[in-house]
Structure formats: C-alpha cells, structure tokens
Ligand binder design. Structure first.
Ligand SMILES: *Cc1c(COP(=O)(O)O)cnc(C)c1O
Length: 383
C-alpha cells in the first residue's frame, strides 16, 4: 500500500500527521454512487466521521446529502457544498440555537428523538414562520452485536423514541401546526459487519409502516441510518466496503410503498480506509516482560483504541529488518490508557522509524484534542 516513493515523501513532514489517499476516497465514492443508484436510494454522508473540509468537498461533489449531529456540522456541511435540501439533523440534545440555525437554512429534515424536542422545534419554527419537516428517530430495540460503546439501537439506549410508543407520539405530533411529519428514522449502531441486524431493522421498519397505515398515515421517507463497518484487520485486501451487498439485502427485505424514498447515512464506511495516521518512533524500552515502542502520536490524535479498545493495523514503514519483536505501541500522553496496541508483532523498531496506523480516516482526526497542550496534527492529501 505504501510504496517506497510515497514513504520517501513523508520523510520531511513533521509527525504525527494524517495521510489521506484521495484516489481511494474517490473510488469508494464511485462504488457507493453506483450501489445507491441501483435502487434509487438516497445517501447522506455522516459528517461526524470526518469533517475535514477537503474530505467534505470531495463527498459533496458527488451530490450526496449530509447527516449532521450538531448545528455546527449543519453549517459546515452547507459551507462545504452540501445542498441544504439534502441535509438531515439528528441528535438527542439539539439546542435552541442549533435548531434555529437549521431552520434558517431550511434543511431537509430534523430526525427527532423525543416529543419534547419536537414541541420545541414547533415553537421555534412558528416564531420564524416556518414549517419544520421532521422524522421520528425510533429506537428499534435491535442488538447490532457491535462494540457496546457504539451500539445505539438497544431498547434502553439514550437514542431515539421507543418503537412501542409510535402511535402515541404520532398523535402528539400531528396536532403541532409548524411540524410536518415526513418519515421514520433509525440508526442501530456502528462498525456492523453482519447483515442480520439490518434484516431485523427492515422487519421492524415494515412493522412500523403497518402501524402507520392503521393510523391512516403513509409517510414518504424511510431513513435506515448508517453503521456499515470496515475491515480494520485487512485494509489492503478490503479497502472498499461491500455497499452493494448491504443495499441488495435491504432491497430484498424492506417494504417500500409507491412514492416512498429510502435514505442511508454512512460515515465510517465512506472515509475510514482512505485515512492513515503517520507517527514516528521516539524511543524503545524494555520492562520486565514488555518491550515498548513509544511513538510521537497519542490518544489526542487517534482516540479509538483508548476510548473503545479498537484495533488499528500498525505498520513500521521504515524498518527493513527481517527480524520481528512484540511491542506495546504507546503514545507520550500522561495517561495509562494512551496505548495503541499491546503485544503487537512488528519488524524490529528503532528510534526514527515511521509508524502507520491504518484505517484512521473515520473518527480519527475529527476526535483530536489538545490534551497535554499538544499541537493538533495536520492533514495531507495525496492522489
Ligand atoms: C454516527 C451516526 C451515523 C454514522 O455512523 P457510521 O457507523 O459512521 O456509519 C449515522 N447516523 C446517525 C444518526 C449517527 O449518529
């Protein structure tokens, strides 16, 4: 994946930094475009996975919509070329200012997570003389069998409205004069590699459609959210997720009525594999049983391992050694959780070696902080 020529270009660049393979991003977007066009599905890129403006502009050029979870994401998406008529806005805790900003831009849809939130949107919409389009984000009570930190569809998760309350909530919403209910929304979790949770989600969606019909409602929009996972273990063998297989499964299992439109919100699957964090080895040292490789990137640059125990493939780009050793790869931050991997087998590693943390394009740069007053790492884009 990283040619000698490319690695030589990294030599003068201060580390750590984020490397983006824009050719891979475009191939991913081409594949996604084709897969969604097959069934006329609508894709809204989940901005929270990576909101670097260069990435956002590349994605918006494909004509996709944006899925936002804060007012600033709504504003950034629009600034980077996403059409407000394709912007959706989810989140359990939308502030009045965020709602007003979204109303001012006439976004396509608020994905709403409580009755109280909808009442507030109604009030704010009436104050500015607008009708807000909303979808109910239902919590479908489905276990996506993913990391518990990123499982969002379980019945007692904080997200969404319990699906058992649909009738009641619909009745409360229908009386609000500045709200137009246009659909139902779901998002069951992240890094989902198994199709079964999506089959269950389709079943739940079909059931909810039947309930709506009993209420005499036929809502035009069905939004199934995001969550499709990527191959963190073999990023070179599987650089592009199998979008088509997932969408085929949806097509086979989802009831779509005449005139209804189906929406998705992929984040990770779009951007994870095009990004790599490149760091440099500062020191190595041995403890009684452990050999440490101490790199110049910390969890402030890539927090997934510390936050969720996530795996990133690690490669020593400099070592020419045939011999290998087992390392705990750690960062410089003064916290014991600043560990990227434990017991990781790598070629013999020395001070100065460049170390690649693969599949870091999603939930990497965007989650960076200045903890320990460290500088924010820069991004570089290669074709
Ligand atoms: C995070 C999120 C997504 C995207 O999730 P991925 O796993 O990155 O695809 C989609 N929709 C909502 C509402 C989200 O919160």
């Amino acid at each position: 994946m990283f040619s000698k020529e490319l690695i030589s270009k990294f030599e003068g660049t201060p580390t750590p930094f984020y490397y983006y393979d824009m050719a891979l991003l475009r191939r991913t977007l081409d594949t996604l475009s084709k897969a969604t066009a097959k069934y006329g599905y609508n894709m809204h890129y989940a901005v929270k996975a990576n909101a670097n403006p260069v990435i956002l502009k590349t994605i918006s050029d494909y004509g996709f919509g944006a899925d936002c979870v804060s007012g600033n994401e709504v504003l950034k998406a629009i600034e980077c070329g996403f059409n407000p008529s394709k912007v959706v806005f989810a989140g359990v805790g939308k502030s009045d200012k965020e709602i007003n900003d979204a109303l001012a831009h006439d976004i396509f849809c608020f994905n709403c997570e409580s009755v109280q939130e909808i009442q507030v949107i109604n009030q704010l919409a009436s104050q500015c003389g607008k009708i807000a389009r909303i979808a109910l984000r239902l919590n479908p009570g489905i276990d996506a069998h993913t990391n518990k930190c990123i499982n969002t569809g379980l019945e007692d998760s904080k997200f969404g409205i319990n699906f058992n309350l649909l009738d009641q909530v619909v009745k409360e919403v229908m009386v609000l004069s500045n709200i137009k209910l246009i659909g139902l929304h779901y998002h069951i979790g992240s890094q989902i590699l198994d199709l079964e949770p999506y089959r269950l989600l389709c079943q739940r969606s079909n059931e909810m459609q039947q309930k709506l019909q009993l209420l005499g409602l036929n809502l035009p929009e069905i939004n199934l959210g995001g969550g499709l996972g990527v191959d963190y273990i073999n990023p070179d063998q599987n650089p592009i997720p199998d979008f088509e297989k997932l969408l085929d499964t949806i097509h086979e299992n989802l009831d779509v009525k005449e005139g209804q439109r189906v929406h998705f919100e992929f984040g990770r699957a779009v951007v994870a594999q095009c990004g790599t964090m490149i760091a440099r080895t500062l020191y190595t040292k041995k403890a009684s049983k452990t050999t440490f490789a101490i790199v110049d990137a910390g969890f402030n640059d890539l927090i997934r391992p510390a936050l969720y125990g996530s795996y990133h493939k690690i490669e020593n780009l400099s070592s020419v050694s045939e011999a290998e050793d087992v390392y705990d790869v750690v960062g410089p931050i003064c916290e014991s959780t600043d560990v990227f991997a434990q017991g990781y087998q790598m070629p013999l590693t020395q001070r100065g070696d460049l170390i690649a943390f693969r599949s870091a394009g999603a939930y990497g740069e965007i989650m960076a902080s200045r903890y320990n007053l460290r500088d924010l790492a820069k991004a570089y884009f290669f074709d």
